[in-house]
Every structure is written in structure tokens, then in C-alpha cells.
Design a protein around this ligand. Structure first.
Ligand code: FES
Length: 167
């Protein structure tokens, strides 16, 4: 028995529709693990966040905490320190950054405590060598950063790396 053109078109439509539905269901099952993998679990999110009590931190004091096995500097800046960093001409820095880019709240500075040269841990000093301003000094090869971790001299190629803070 010969099929009419209408019957052929109807069967083709059914097969096309069925294939599209199977494809959509297949795509839904294939997408689930991928989507789930894209949503970090609560414990993974929590592993990246650390709360630090800085209520006892005095002006001029540096607190070093360990986060992800790395030292993190939290410096409570004094009005003098804020003034010193404001006096630095951003345009003269090798790795230019304005004070407001380096610190959300002027009284607090937070960065990784790792020199960007070869990874030593810089020290906070009231006066950098051959200078009257406070900052971070890396004794390994003489790297100097201001109190906002901006590179002032020595071999470090860039500023101290900031750590994101906030609630
Ligand atoms: S590691 Fe800091 S200056 Fe070299």
C-alpha cells in the first residue's frame, strides 16, 4: 500500500518531535552534574572566608593572621600613616594605585604578607631605610613598600597583593 504524501509528512513530524524530546531530556540529564559542579557547596564557600577579630587592634599596630596557609597583614593606620601615603605621588609609582584603591577604609590596610619579589615576609617599620615614612620593608633584597603596600623601591615587581575584605 502506497503512503500518501500527507502520511509521510505526519510520520516525519512525529519522528522529528520524538527525537527533539529525547534530545531535550538527554540534555537535561547531562546538564545537571555540570550545573551542580558550578554551584560551590557551603563548606567550599566557607573555606575561603575567615573572620578576624580586630577590635583590640590599636592605631599603628600590625596584626598578622594565617589564611590559606599564607600570612595576611592587617594594619590599623594612624592619621600620620594616612597622610604619608597620601603624599606619595601615584603617577611616580611603578605600579600606580591611588590610596582609595588600596584601602576601603583609610584606617585599615589588608594584604598578603608576601613580598612580590621572591616571597619573603616583609616587616612593618616606622621608618623605611633612607626615608622618614612608615611602610613594609623586605630585608631579603631590600624591597620597600609604603604603608598601603605600594612598591617604593628595590626588586619587587609590583605592590603587595590585596586581600578582599568585607562583610
Ligand atoms: S623577596 Fe623581598 S625583596 Fe626579594
Amino acid at each position: 500500500m502506497a503512503e500518501t504524501e500527507k502520511e509521510i509528512v505526519t510520520r516525519r513530524k512525529f519522528l522529528t518531535g520524538a527525537a527533539a524530546l529525547i534530545g531535550a531530556v538527554g540534555a537535561a540529564f547531562a546538564a545537571w552534574p555540570f550545573i551542580r559542579a558550578m554551584s560551590p557547596t557551603k563548606d567550599i564557600l566557607a573555606a575561603g572566608v575567615q573572620e578576624v577579630d580586630i577590635s583590640g587592634l590599636q592605631p599603628g599596630q600590625l596584626k598578622t593572621v594565617i589564611w590559606r596557609k599564607q600570612p595576611v597583614f592587617i594594619l590599623k593606620r594612624t592619621p600620620r600613616m594616612i597622610e604619608e601615603a597620601s603624599a606619595v605621588k601615584t603617577s611616580e609609582l611603578d605600579d600606580p594605585a591611588a590610596p582609595e584603591e588600596r584601602s576601603k577604609e583609610p584606617e585599615l590596610f589588608v594584604s598578603l604578607g608576601i613580598c612580590t619579589h621572591l616571597g619573603c615576609i616583609p616587616k612593618f617599620v616606622e621608618k623605611l631605610p633612607e626615608s622618614d615614612v612608615s611602610g613594609f620593608y623586605c630585608p631579603c633584597h631590600g624591597g620597600k613598600y609604603d604603608n598601603l603596600g605600594r612598591r617604593l623601591g628595590g626588586p619587587p615587581p609590583e605592590n603587595l597583593h590585596l586581600v578582599r575584605t568585607g562583610s
